[in-house]
Ligand binder design. Structure first.
Ligand SMILES: [Zn+2]
Length: 274
């Protein structure tokens, strides 16, 4: 896989002007467009593969984090980096988050996006791989067991009407939401490493709407979903199984293995198409 970066050619400080005809999706580094027809139709369609760095420039990181926490509008630079011009904030950030801000480094993501008219896009992070195997505690992944999906993908919004943005093109507003998600993921990841805590900054912070699915999603021998450094089997699994009276450990493991197979199959299909 080859990733070219066009970030250096971009002028720092030049905001995308939302009222002009600037197109965000065109200014990102699009690696490839692939048409896939496979896997019982779930991957069917045209996928755009992007290489993106959502990370704000060093001097903007704190402002952007504060904007997200305060639910203020975040801006974007051509190429996809988040930024902000806000200087006054209502809510301050705590010491933990302040420490995290200082640890954030540029992170490049390779993502595959399938835009679908009238629907939310399906977004898969190929590098790094983001799914319930790699991030068992993640509060914003659509699981492969939910109706309509056969593999884990990024939960960028609940419904299309939740996407608001000031770009003319819906794809740009969706991409803006994806970049915001990826940056929030960066913060979540450092939180987890540093404090063994699950924390998704901003609105819809730490939803746990999937409790019922956990036993079928998570590796019993992998790290627990709560962020603790113990295995899921020895930690929260026993609390997750009782609500599902029909479940037992064997069945949970079988469902987990099936979903894991779907995820790796899907990753493989994309890698073959790079
Ligand atoms: Zn646990």
């Amino acid at each position: 896989m080859k990733i070219q970066s066009n970030q250096n050619q971009l002028e720092k400080g030049k905001l995308l002007n939302h009222t002009q005809n600037t197109v965000l999706t065109d200014s990102l580094n699009l690696i490839k467009v692939v048409s896939i027809s496979d896997y019982r139709g779930y991957l069917n369609g045209e996928w755009q593969i992007y290489s993106v760095i959502p990370t704000p420039y060093k001097e903007d990181i704190e402002k952007v984090v504060k904007c997200i926490v305060n639910d203020y509008e975040v801006e974007i630079l051509p190429g996809g980096r988040l930024t902000s011009t806000v200087t006054k904030f209502k809510k301050r950030i705590d010491k933990e988050l302040q420490n995290i801000v200082e640890m954030i480094d540029d992170k490049e993501f390779t993502i595959a996006v399938k835009f679908q008219p009238g629907k939310l896009p399906i977004v898969v992070s190929l590098n790094p791989e983001i799914n319930y195997d790699t991030y068992p505690s993640h509060p914003h992944i659509n699981p492969g067991v939910q109706k309509g999906f056969e593999f884990d993908n990024l939960c960028i919004a609940k419904k299309l009407s939740d996407i608001n943005g000031s770009f003319d093109k819906i794809e740009d507003n969706l991409m803006f939401q994806i970049l915001l998600w990826l940056f929030r993921h960066q913060v979540y990841e450092i939180y987890l490493d540093l404090y063994s805590k699950v924390n998704w900054i901003g609105n819809e912070s730490n939803e746990h709407f999937l409790d019922l699915f956990y036993p079928t999603l998570l590796n019993p021998y992998g790290r627990c979903r709560c962020g603790a450094k113990t295995s899921y089997q020895n930690c929260c699994l026993k609390d997750d199984i009782p609500p599902l009276s029909r479940f037992n450990l064997d069945r949970a493991i079988n469902s987990y293995l099936l979903r894991k197979e779907k995820n790796s199959y899907m990753q493989q299909i994309f890698k073959e198409n790079f």
